[in-house]
Design a binder for this molecule. Sequence first.
Ligand SMILES: [Zn+2]
Ligand SMILES: [Zn+2]
Length: 155
Amino acid sequence: MLRLWRYYLDFALFPPLALGLALYDARSLGWVALCGLGILIWTLAEYWTHRVILHGPLWHATHERHHRVPREHVEIIWWYAPLGFFLLFWLVPIAILVGLMLGYCVYLAMHHAAHHLPSSWLAANRRRHAHHHLLTRVNFGISSPLWDHVFRTAR
Ligand SMILES: [Zn+2]
Ligand SMILES: [Zn+2]
């Protein structure tokens, strides 16, 4: 059974967490630059995770289902993201961690908009992602089309 709280948990958790960490830790322009780097790293990691892991030899049953039934709320394993970011907390500077979290928040918002908001909202994003659902080998980026252009998978 689909449990909606699993879908919405990260929406509730990560925006305030990223904001709280930023208010606590941000000190300088260098911090903001590192945070921007974290966002960029997120978009790259998201692109390759989607392309290689979700669409590669480890083609994930839940992702396959998402491609078949895009209007359904994707049921993710709820502790993946909290555990991942908790581990990253000990491994990378907080500025980069906040950037990664913000990138993840943008990903959540863009993917949600592509499937669940009125079609006029972020229409280009919706079209781009609809092509991915249809053709599966193009438009792997959700939060940004940047890496699809770099790696020639944009359509
Ligand atoms: Zn989708
Ligand atoms: Zn996909």
